[in-house]
Write a protein that binds this ligand. Structure first.
Ligand SMILES: *[C@@H]1O[C@H](CO)[C@@H](O)[C@H](O)[C@H]1NC(C)=O
Ligand SMILES: *[C@@H]1O[C@H](CO)[C@@H](O)[C@H](O)[C@H]1NC(C)=O
Ligand SMILES: *[C@@H]1O[C@H](CO)[C@@H](O)[C@H](O)[C@H]1NC(C)=O
Ligand SMILES: *[C@@H]1O[C@H](CO)[C@@H](O)[C@H](O)[C@H]1NC(C)=O
Ligand SMILES: *[C@@H]1O[C@H](CO)[C@@H](O)[C@H](O)[C@H]1NC(C)=O
Ligand SMILES: *[C@@H]1O[C@H](CO)[C@@H](O)[C@H](O)[C@H]1NC(C)=O
Length: 378
């Protein structure tokens, strides 16, 4: 993306002003362009999970679109049978006029840099529905009203992907990519949240858990993608996240994956990107199962991801060139079986098993043509 490069060139001359990549990007004068945030709370006491998404799209110039340009969604698990629940999305649509985005209390006038602390607000309000998301250095607060649901809460400091604002893309984030993915926090401590069904007068309260925080921005979501993210509880403090698929450039497409796995007790902190690894992915999207093998010089990571078909949501909305459209399906009930191998004393060609984990209550998403039968492509 041009903004990323100009920021890089610009930063050679003058420091790029702004905050962490979690902060809002400057929208170009002509679209398509989008930016979207995603938070997922994992509640260890209730063994439950709740998602919050919001974002905005500047549509491709010259098109006449009726798709919503600003959206917020609350995702929760419902219709449980034998502990497997379906993910259900509650959506609210807003217009750009009903939306206000600020960085350090001021309008967005430049792109974020890497190093500074994130400090922004995203606010939308249509009268009956609305949301306010505030990221203030070490604290995240949210207060959303969508349909009959209200979701409020507070998180503590982020547990970043890498020091100095580094994210899954590493130095690749400075390339003109059509799409970017940044993980702000792998597991921010949950201070408190409450999810209230106003009509039914039901409230869920939680304060023991963590939250994953991330962001995408760029031209549009890719043709096909897979995304997953999950954590263990406080006994192990494991976390992982991965995203990738078929990314379109102007004249070609390529498959690319970004993967990170952290196990602090085993001292494992590994990242896989197109510049340092080879990723092989076997996807049986109709069986809702993916196997990923990522191999770098010193590590091999194998992930077997699967979830019951009935746990998947109906089509969730994703940013496209015309606005938000049905794009993907997601489950919060997936399982991740993870194995990590490390180069042994015999050299980089012999990788020895050093870690083996099974994580539950994982988020797993199939998007675009990677969704079984392209159900969400319209
Ligand atoms: C856009 O679409 C609306 C409704 O479909 C129509 O009334 C309007 O004339 C269209 N505008 C343009 C510029 O095509
Ligand atoms: C955020 O937390 C870090 C580490 O605990 C601390 O050094 C820093 O001063 C805090 N910043 C703010 C603005 O609270
Ligand atoms: C809120 O709940 C009422 C009563 O259950 C229902 O009729 C209404 O459709 C709900 N509103 C939304 C926006 O879901
Ligand atoms: C996991 O991380 C939390 C939060 O940083 C910490 O309080 C806890 O002690 C860690 N768990 C272990 C077993 O060290
Ligand atoms: C994934 O790996 C498991 C275990 O090796 C195997 O049983 C399963 O068939 C594989 N699934 C896919 C989609 O390749
Ligand atoms: C999975 O669920 C969807 C929607 O509920 C259904 O259309 C599809 O046939 C199911 N697939 C399998 C393999 O059971």
């Amino acid at each position: 993306m041009i903004t990323g490069v100009s920021c890089l060139l610009f930063s050679l001359l003058i420091m790029c002003i702004g905050g962490n990549q979690f902060d809002p990007h400057l929208f170009p004068t002509t679209g398509p362009f989008f930016e979207g945030w995603y938070m997922r709370i994992t509640d260890f006491d209730r063994r439950d999970s709740i998602g919050l998404l919001f974002g905005h799209v500047l549509p491709k110039q010259g098109i006449n679109t009726s798709d919503p340009l600003v959206m917020a969604s609350i995702l929760r698990r419902e219709n449980c049978q034998k502990k497997v629940c379906q993910l259900v999305s509650y959506n609210a649509m807003f217009t750009p006029d009903q939306t206000k985005v600020t960085v350090n209390g001021k309008p967005v006038i430049s792109n974020p840099d890497d190093a500074s602390l994130a400090n922004f607000q995203f606010e939308m309000n249509s009268g009956s529905e609305g949301g306010l998301f505030t990221q203030n250095a070490n604290s995240t607060t949210f207060d959303f009203r969508i349909g009959n649901l209200s979701l409020r809460g507070e998180l503590g400091p982020s547990v970043p992907w890498a020091p100095n604002g580094g994210g899954p893309e590493g130095w690749l984030s400075h390339l003109p990519l059509p799409l970017h993915w940044f993980v702000y926090s792998l597991r921010s401590p949950l201070k408190i949240y409450d999810l209230t069904d106003i009509e039914r007068k039901q409230t869920i309260l939680g304060h023991h858990g963590v939250a994953h925080l991330e962001k995408n921005w760029g031209l549009s979501f890719p043709k096909a993608w897979i995304w997953a993210e999950g954590v263990s509880d406080y006994n192990k403090n494991i976390s992982f996240a991965l995203s990738g698929g078929l990314v379109q450039f102007s004249f070609f497409s390529l498959t690319a994956y970004l993967i990170g796995y952290r196990n602090p007790f085993e001292n494992i902190d590994i990242n896989f990107r197109p510049d340092n690894s080879v990723v092989v992915l076997q996807n049986d999207d109709c069986k809702r199962e993916v196997n990923i093998t990522a191999r770098s010089l010193f590590y091999t990571l194998e992930i077997n991801l699967f979830s019951t078909n009935s746990s998947f949501s109906s089509c969730l909305f994703g940013p496209q060139e015309t606005g938000f459209r049905k794009a993907c399906v997601e489950s919060y009930d997936a399982v991740a079986k993870i194995q990590v191998y490390k180069a042994s004393v015999l050299g980089v060609f012999v990788h020895k098993l050093i870690d083996k984990q099974t994580l539950t209550d994982i988020a797993l998403e199939f998007g675009g043509t990677y969704d079984c039968g392209n159900m969400c492509m319209t």
